[in-house]
Design a binder for this molecule. Structure first.
Ligand SMILES: [Zn+2]
Ligand SMILES: [Zn+2]
Length: 298
């Protein structure tokens, strides 16, 4: 890792590095994203490409249109790890790259062993534990599919409750180091009060307690800005609850192209400071494993 000092030691991201080489809805090369992270003087940048989906009916329509199938998704993931490890060595004097992945859980019981196997097979540094699907329906893709999920759960509040239950199941099954965009359910629900009723808050709070118990780090994810939300994930009430429970936070730019590398992190820093959170936690390679480090936001 670079020993050079930086004016912004908090410019770190533990969730990002999706690139057009391995992901249908991203652009640019992985090396291009890494160079952008170096250029923005990030000290640590976590590469966390999406895990491959292993069932044909979960391949997205856009992927199918490009001729992609499950075997191709699995090949791309292997290629991603090979390239990420190459970059980790090649840029070690300039930036600390971590090589992890963002998991899929659809549903948890069936996918947890698949995700665990991937982690072991590729000796990945860490997991970003994200939930994108609720009862087999993806919630952060098209508006129509989101509405379908709402209907299947009997309304927006019902969807939020099922979503947080699924996050809890995922945490129990996989103990991810980083808890990805905790309230992704807001993606299409844009700040609707049904997503923060007393019942939803109680459910989300138990997820935070579980994350704390597991030493999970909460991804303060700036992709929310790009989706038109006024704050990163998680929302202010969740952030306040996280602070009360004592869950550590990290930043995630969730970059899917060069222009998104580091984007929104300065604003997210202001957001944390405004909510009384004075530090973020990052990961770094230590020996054969990962260590944690707290970085002041001041
Ligand atoms: Zn993505
Ligand atoms: Zn995600």
């Amino acid at each position: 890792m670079s020993s050079q000092s930086t004016a912004k030691p908090w410019m770190v991201s533990l969730h990002g590095g999706h690139s057009g080489a391995y992901c249908d809805h991203a652009d640019d090369t992985l090396e291009g994203l890494v160079q952008a992270a170096v250029a923005s003087e990030m000290q640590t940048y976590g590469l966390t490409e999406h895990a491959p989906r292993v069932e044909p009916d979960l391949v997205y329509a856009e992927e199918k249109a490009m001729g992609w199938d499950v075997a191709h998704l699995e090949k791309l993931f292997g290629d991603y790890v090979t390239e990420a490890r190459r970059l980790q060595g090649a840029y070690s004097g300039e930036i600390e790259l971590l090589v992890g992945f963002e998991i899929e859980v659809v549903p948890v019981q069936r996918y947890a062993p698949v995700m665990q196997d991937l982690r072991e097979q590729y000796a990945l540094d860490y997991i970003v534990g994200s939930v994108h699907w609720v009862d087999g329906i993806i919630i952060d893709y098209t508006r129509a599919l989101f509405e379908e999920a709402v209907e299947a759960c009997g309304g927006l509040e019902g969807l939020a409750l099922r979503y947080y239950d699924t996050v809890a199941d995922m945490l129990v099954a996989l103990r991810p180091e980083v808890v990805g965009h905790l309230d992704l359910v807001r993606r299409h629900g844009v700040e609707d009060p049904a997503l923060e009723t007393p019942a939803v808050r109680e459910r989300a709070r138990s997820v935070l307690a579980l994350a704390k118990e597991q030493d999970g780090i909460l991804d303060v994810n700036t992709a929310a800005y790009r989706k038109g939300l006024s704050t990163p994930y998680p929302a202010p009430w969740l952030l306040a609850a996280a602070r009360e429970v004592g869950v550590a936070c990290c930043f995630g730019d969730d970059a899917h192209r060069i222009g998104e590398v580091g984007a929104g992190i300065p604003e997210a820093r202001d957001y944390l400071l405004a909510h009384g959170i004075e530090e973020v936690t990052t990961l770094r390679r230590e020996g054969s494993g990962l260590g944690r480090r707290e970085i002041s936001l001041r």
